[in-house]
Design a protein around this ligand. Structure first.
Ligand SMILES: Cc1cc2nc3c(=O)[nH]c(=O)nc-3n(C[C@H](O)[C@H](O)[C@H](O)COP(=O)(O)OP(=O)(O)OC[C@H]3O[C@@H](n4cnc5c(N)ncnc54)[C@H](O)[C@@H]3O)c2cc1C
Length: 439
């Protein structure tokens, strides 16, 4: 696997302090490696939300499916994210989408973002997955007085067909939203969940439907004769059809088509100890999932067990030293936003990869020039709902069922980023520009 970050980015060091492992252990998710020569109708690379959702939908339709995962199911972003099951998936603005794809395509896509959330809610219910769900939609908070959410409110109505609520600065404390905020807008769509409990539930449902899931099975090479043959260190898997579901953990050569079509970017999270009643009274105590209005945003939520989760973008490097710097930065941002909690310990810190595409929209479709191969990736940091939905869309495409209607703009294969394997350098300019805008 040729990947574009240093090895540290793909190491277990990045999840050593992951809070979710205290709720569902790595061992509980571990699965044995693929050994010898095996066969399936459909092979899936990557056991995160995308891969497992596709596997579940295909198996429920009677297809034989094997999933190959380099670590353990959920080792990637799906087992270490913030647990915001929220709108999003594209980073492109409405104006950009209208320009590039037309307004009808934009609206069809935005409605799919809402369908993605419903898809997760339905999956939780259908498979009786207890995932510590909370929050009635999501609240965005203004980080400075210049932010005006009125225009956003109109866009939300048009895009999602729901009416958001605007909150003034004075109203925020009574809503439990104390902090350095100037106003807010609540969109009544989305919720928070424990991502590992959701992942574990998906895995259980997929296996109960007949899916074989192999851990410790990195696909090093994809060969194609009459069928696809995937080579792992201890075995091979032959299949008629293939789904690549590797998102921010993708590599340039699995398959070669992926080269330069994805941009991994880092995100990081801290979690507090359980907060006392007094601390909650003095700080934030809303159950809403929330994020601020910065381009390089912070996302945060008080979990049902009264621990507070706070996340933001990660650094541009990935070394032991850069992680230590990043941990200091996220702690400083947490204290700046919630000064009442400057003495509250945050014993958990971890980070991982999200994924961007050059067109700033997600992809769910056939891989050009690879008959029978499909890929789903680039959720721009919002893949709990959109990754899960993309898996279902890919299964739908393979089955020819046409039940879900993949939005046209998601079926458009992503273009390559400039600079090839050196493309991470582009992010320095992007982050610098965003930081200026956020002042
Ligand atoms: C810190 C953090 C916080 C986040 N917070 C949120 C949030 O609150 N809400 C939200 O919506 N999104 C969030 N995201 C993004 C979200 O987690 C992802 O978009 C989503 O999990 C992607 O799912 P996936 O299945 O496509 O990829 P992943 O879960 O990343 O899974 C890809 C898997 O592919 C495997 N793999 C890669 N190459 C190979 C290979 N060659 N052979 C075998 N296996 C391979 C990897 O080991 C990995 O497990 C966050 C991400 C991070 C890192």
């Amino acid at each position: 696997m040729r990947r574009i970050f240093p090895d540290h980015a793909y190491s277990n060091a990045r999840i050593a302090g992951c809070y979710w492992a205290d709720t569902v252990s790595d061992a509980a998710l571990s699965r044995p490696a693929l050994k010898g020569a095996q066969k399936a109708d459909v092979a899936i690379i990557g056991a995160g939300f995308t891969g497992l959702s596709a596997a579940l939908a295909l198996a429920e339709a009677g297809v034989s499916v094997s999933v190959l995962e380099a670590g353990f199911p959920g080792w990637g972003a799906s087992g270490r994210n913030g647990g915001f099951c929220c709108l999003g998936g594209a980073k492109a603005s409405d104006a950009m989408l209208d320009r590039q794809h037309g307004k009808p395509a934009r609206l069809a896509y935005r409605r799919a973002e809402a369908s993605a959330i419903n898809h997760v809610a339905d999956t939780l219910e259908k498979h009786s997955i207890q995932a510590d769900v909370h929050s009635k939609g999501e609240t965005q908070l203004a980080h400075n007085a210049r932010v005006n959410f009125e225009k956003d409110a109109r866009a939300i109505e048009e895009n999602y067909g729901v009416t958001p609520t605007l909150h003034t600065r004075e109203e925020l404390p009574a809503l439990g939203m104390s902090g350095q905020f100037h106003s807010a807008i609540t969109t009544p769509v989305g919720f928070g969940l424990n991502p590992r409990k959701y992942l574990a539930g998906l895995l259980k449902a997929a296996e109960a439907a007949g899916v074989q899931v192999f851990g410790q099975s990195p696909v090093n090479k994809i060969n194609r004769a009459q069928k696809y043959s995937l080579a792992t260190p201890q075995g091979t898997l032959e299949a008629e059809q293939l789904i690549v579901a590797t998102n921010g953990y993708s590599s340039e050569d699995v398959p070669e088509w992926m080269a330069a079509r994805y941009m991994p970017a880092q995100s990081s999270v801290i979690v507090t100890r359980e907060l006392t009643e007094t601390e909650l009274a003095n700080g934030w105590n809303s159950d809403q999932t929330a994020y601020d209005s910065r381009t390089l945003l912070h996302y945060f939520r008080l979990m049902p067990n009264r621990r507070f989760l706070f996340g933001m973008r990660g650094g541009l490097m990935s070394t032991k030293a850069s992680e230590a710097r990043n941990r200091r930065q996220i702690r400083a941002d947490f204290e700046a936003m919630f000064p009442a909690w400057s003495q509250v310990e945050t014993p958990f810190y971890w980070s991982g990869m999200v994924c961007l595409a050059a067109g700033l929209t997600p992809f769910a479709g056939p891989v050009p020039e690879m008959s029978g191969a499909y890929a789903g990736f680039a959720y721009h940091g919002n893949g709990v709902a959109m990754g899960s939905y993309t898996g279902a869309l890919l299964a739908d495409q393979i089955l020819g069922a046409n039940k879900l209607h993949t939005p046209k703009l998601m079926a458009k294969p992503p273009k390559r980023f400039p600079l090839g394997r050196a493309r991470r350098a582009l992010m320095y300019g992007v982050y610098a520009g965003a930081a200026l805008k956020d002042l």
